[in-house]
Design a binder for this molecule. Structure first.
Ligand SMILES: [Zn+2]
Length: 343
């Protein structure tokens, strides 16, 4: 496994310093599995001023379809062959079909009756309960041997900055036979890696990063938490890899609890930087993919310019699918580490 990078230097004449010659450094990194490139550039202090979130949220509950007075009236039900009772519930959490599906088996799981949950108020138990409800849905899909029951995926877009159209916390829960782009690239590359080396890429990554330490965050149960070498997000990404687990349905309740705990810690760490939004996705293999390991990526989301509403995705990312991160992941790791080691 190779962590490759290419260092770059830009020379400018700086008008603020009598046109003195300044040198600006940047770096292009290659993801050790897929070769995907990520730029480390635009260095800035990773600190954002949070807006008045209460003001942002105020009034949105009036039209929110997931609030308790509306959720059972406006959300759809599954046909009898998928979920005979129509919707699935766990306490005040409700799982129902996604009215804007991107595959034939798509659900949304509202994470309870509370309309707005600040990022630092999610608990291990709260997230675990939502994940377990999603898992229950996936088991139904398995039981009926649905053809889409190959990859079972959970996505979380928390708050509008991360693309959520609603404030009310909810998960996107879907099963598909068509792996999304990056997951498919990873699966193909991990299979090649195993054919070439005889070992599992993810096991090797965990072993190497645990020894090397500069991107290691901590272990929770059998999940290992790392900063990614070539991040997708502008403030870095957190990767969690679960030992021995090839596909989503092999995750135990204990694993779900440990993953939830890691997410709580990630949220606390990024909250201190003024970030209040994130994307989280599960990546999984199919049941017999020995080269796969279930992992998830937590990627904080924010603005390039908050006052103007300029998002952290521009042409470079949107059209070239080239990512940039505004600090070295190893430096970001030192900012996150206290949350993962003081437990
Ligand atoms: Zn609501």
């Amino acid at each position: 496994m190779k962590f490759k990078e290419q260092k770059k230097e830009t020379v400018i004449l700086n008008p603020m310093q009598n046109m003195e010659q300044n040198s600006i450094l940047s770096e292009i990194r290659m993801d050790p599995l897929t070769g995907r490139t990520a730029r480390i550039c635009h260095f800035m202090k990773l600190h954002w001023e949070k807006p008045d979130i209460n003001e942002l949220v105020a009034g949105t509950e009036a039209t929110c379809p997931f609030c308790p007075d509306k959720v059972l009236k406006v959300t759809p039900c599954f046909p009898e062959d998928i979920v005979p009772e129509g919707r699935m519930t766990s306490g005040d959490m409700i799982l129902f079909p996604n009215i804007a599906p991107y595959d034939s088996v798509g659900a949304v799981a509202s994470m309870g009756s509370r309309h707005y949950v600040p990022m630092t108020e999610f608990t291990r138990g709260h997230i675990q309960q939502a994940f377990q409800l999603a898992m229950e849905f996936f088991r139904r899909i398995e039981e009926i041997k649905h053809p889409e029951g190959v990859y079972h995926l959970i996505n979380w877009n928390y708050m509008p900055v991360a693309g959520s159209s609603l404030v009310h916390p909810h998960l996107q829960v879907f099963s598909t036979s068509s792996a999304p782009n990056l997951m498919r690239e990873e699966l193909v590359a991990a299979q090649k890696y195993m054919q070439a080396s005889g070992s599992n890429y993810w096991d090797d990554l965990v072993e190497q990063e645990t020894v090397q330490r500069e991107r290691f965050l901590g272990r929770i149960g059998r999940s290992t938490w790392l900063s990614t070498y070539a991040p997708i997000g502008i403030a870095g990404d957190i990767l969690a890899v679960v030992d021995d687990v090839r596909c989503t349905l092999e995750l135990t309740d204990r694993d779900l609890s440990d993953i939830s705990e890691g997410l709580v810690r990630a949220m606390a760490a990024y909250d201190r930087m003024g970030i209040y939004s994130f994307n989280m996705s599960f990546f999984t293999g199919a049941p017999s993919d020995d080269f796969a390991r279930v992992h998830l990526i937590f990627s904080p989301r924010t603005y390039f310019n908050q006052a103007l509403g300029a998002p952290d995705i521009n042409a470079l990312r949107h059209l070239y699918n080239e990512t940039l991160c505004m600090e070295f992941p190893e430096k970001i790791n030192t900012m996150l580490k206290p949350d993962f080691s003081n437990h």
